[in-house]
Design a protein around this ligand. Structure first.
Ligand code: ATP
Length: 300
């Protein structure tokens, strides 16, 4: 596309004009190029940095005469003039469309031993990411703990109700954890991914294994750990929600679970008193994963 005012035409000479040459400074009002002048013997092209060679070659016998527009002198031209001249030189106008397509919604699987701080991390993530991130509320047959809210922390259902959901194939994954069922309802994932939200799934190690088999690399798997076994035990004791028998089972299980860290994509240390740092790291992982060029779209 040619825009006469901003583009001038010039042709190959045996001697190239300098930036101060009238050819560069003069804008021809018409888009009709003039014939090049007759070749004369003159000095060879100088390599001086003040000289710019940006001409089409003169046509040879039988060739179509197709002169290329030159770019106006940068110091003298206005931004729009330069813009249009560049468009003309490239033969098409610039597009204002986004260069990168919007990222697909991401599924983030957060797992780790009991008491490591999964709920604490996810709670803060939800605060910082707002509606862009949907935490899938797990259905569970375990009794509600003090302070927990039905529909916010878990969907508390009876064992019978849970098994019906499983029969109807409504769960992406389910497991029997410490005598209670926990499962992820598929409908929530579909609904919120459809709205463009990222999805957070909170599962135990067993659940993470099942999800890895189903989702493969279409989801990001993050493993949370405490800085040491001692700190994990202190945290579990401090929560005061488990009986001594429960504590024993959870701690013994945690010992076994940390061995599975290798099957995750990332490990994040949630150190004592450093919850915010752990959340920040999880956020960085999400940001980086959303900027990935290639990722399979999760099929739920
Ligand atoms: N970085 C931290 N520093 C100190 N205390 C923490 C930290 N992170 C979490 N906690 C506390 O540790 C306890 C266990 O955390 P949380 O309930 O989030 O663990 P969880 O991994 O979700 O456990 P479970 O799988 O058994 O439900 C809670 O009392 C929580 O407030």
């Amino acid at each position: 596309m040619f825009r006469g005012l901003s583009v001038s035409f010039s042709f190959s000479f045996s001697r190239a004009p300098t930036l101060s040459s009238p050819l560069f400074l003069h804008r021809q009002p018409s888009a009709i190029p003039r014939r090049p002048p007759v070749r004369r013997k003159s000095k060879p092209f100088s390599s001086s940095s003040t000289q710019v060679r940006c001409f089409s070659t003169t046509p040879k016998m039988g060739e179509t005469w197709n002169p290329k527009p030159t770019i106006p002198v940068i110091e003298k031209a206005t931004k729009p003039e330069l813009f249009r001249a560049l468009e003309s030189a490239l033969g098409s106008s610039f597009s204002g469309d986004p260069i990168a397509p919007p990222p697909n919604p991401l599924i983030i699987v957060i797992s780790g031993p009991s008491g490591v701080g999964k709920d604490a991390v996810i709670g803060k993530l939800r605060d910082s990411r707002g509606e862009n991130l949907h935490f899938v509320v797990t259905a569970t047959s375990r009794p509600m703990r003090p302070g927990e809210v039905h529909g916010k922390d878990y969907y508390f259902v009876s064992k019978e109700e849970f098994l019906n959901m499983k029969e109807r194939n409504e769960l992406l994954e389910y497991a029997l954890v410490y005598g209670d069922y926990k499962g992820i309802p598929k409908s929530q994932i579909r609904e919120f991914m459809g709205r463009g939200c990222d999805i957070v799934l909170r599962v135990d190690i067993q659940g993470a294994h099942t999800l890895r088999k189903k989702l493969k690399d279409s989801a990001v798997f993050i493993f949370l750990v405490a800085e040491s076994e001692t700190k994990l035990v202190e945290r579990l004791i401090g929560r005061k929600t488990e009986s001594k028998e429960d504590l024993l089972v959870r701690i013994a299980t945690a010992r076994e679970e940390v061995r599975h860290v290798k099957s995750f994509d990332y490990v994040v240390v949630n150190a004592e008193g450093k919850l915010d740092e752990a959340v920040k790291l999880v956020e960085s992982i999400i940001d980086a994963e959303k900027a990935r060029v290639r990722r399979k779209c999760a099929a739920i």
